[in-house]
Design a protein around this ligand. Structure first.
Ligand SMILES: NC(=O)C1=CN([C@@H]2O[C@H](COP(=O)(O)OP(=O)(O)OC[C@H]3O[C@@H](n4cnc5c(N)ncnc54)[C@H](OP(=O)(O)O)[C@@H]3O)[C@@H](O)[C@H]2O)C=CC1
Ligand SMILES: O=C(O)C1=N[C@H](C(=O)O)C[C@H](O)C1
Length: 247
């Protein structure tokens, strides 16, 4: 595949290496420095775009790929307030997009088990649930996209929780959640690639369900596999569509 890489930062550089190892060409690199010079014509020869840029830049990049009729994989987080609007544009215009808050296989298994665990815990009201995420200090968004996906999986199955609230520890006042609110506690520590924990706590015990990324390689490999999976498809997809945990 000829890949247009949008965002050439920590993730973009690892995706470049993994895509080459899998026999693909990085035919175009779009970064903040040259973004203003890139037009629809530059994307014509590409098979797919992979965007790992910034929460602020993602929407414009998606719209450029739509204009060029170029299928794209979006790993960037922090733009999900616009998700419904983008989905509508994608489907109405017969475009192709796959997005995901986390492309690692381990986290996608975690998302699945998280929902099963929430279903199992729902009758036991003596347990309160919260989500914790730890990421490096360069991260622009809080909570992480992965933590939001985890929280949505819990809210769908725990009757007492109807929305999430975020506490970015060390920034502003401590957030104390109301009974119906699911707390997502965010920590920013040096170079941590990404750790997510779901905790169910009662007076007598605690259940901890945790995923720790040792590096960014799992995210990058998943994004390249997603770009391969998207070839020949049309429509709006989530990364979870790539997995069948019931088969
Ligand atoms: N879904 C997943 O599995 C994962 C998602 N992510 C998400 O991916 C995103 C990128 O992460 P990461 O690589 O660590 O971040 P980095 O900050 O290392 O890289 C982002 C890159 O995007 C560039 N950029 C800025 N503006 C634009 C623009 N308008 N168009 C194109 N590129 C632009 C930046 O350039 P400059 O440095 O010059 O500003 C930088 O090179 C984040 O939102 C993160 O949360 C991260 C890991 C896994
Ligand atoms: O910014 C990061 O680094 C990461 N972002 C994604 C997120 O917001 O969930 C995925 C991963 O945790 C790393």
């Amino acid at each position: 595949m000829n890949i247009a890489l949008i965002g050439y930062g920590k993730m973009g550089r690892i995706i470049e290496r993994i895509a080459s190892e899998r026999g693909h060409q990085i035919a175009l690199i779009i970064d903040e420095n040259n973004r203003d010079e890139i037009g629809v014509d530059d994307l014509q020869e590409m098979d797919v775009a992979i965007d790992f840029s910034t929460p602020h830049a993602a929407i414009e990049n998606i719209e450029l790929c739509f204009e060029a009729n170029l299928p794209l994989v979006v790993g960037t987080t922090g733009w999900y307030d616009h998700l419904e609007e983008i989905k509508e544009k994608c489907l109405q215009g017969n475009k192709t997009l796959l997005y995901g808050s986390n492309f690692s296989i381990g986290v996608n298994v975690f998302f699945h088990i998280n929902k099963l665990l929430a279903k199992a815990m729902n009758p036991y009201k003596q347990y309160d649930v919260q989500v914790e995420e730890i990421h490096h200090t360069h991260k622009l968004d809080a909570p992480s996209g992965t933590a939001i996906t985890i929280a949505e999986g819990i809210i769908d199955h725990i009757d007492e929780k109807s929305e999430w609230v975020n506490d970015l520890v060390g920034e502003g006042e401590e957030v104390v959640p109301k009974k119906h609110q699911l707390l997502i506690e965010s920590h920013r520590i040096e170079e941590v690639p990404g750790t997510h924990t779901v905790l169910y706590s009662s007076e007598v015990d605690q259940i901890e369900f945790k995923h720790t990324a040792h590096s960014r390689s799992g995210f990058a490999l998943g994004a390249v596999i997603a770009a391969e999976w998207l070839q020949g498809k049309e429509g709006f997809y989530a990364v979870t569509d790539m997995f069948d945990f019931n088969g």
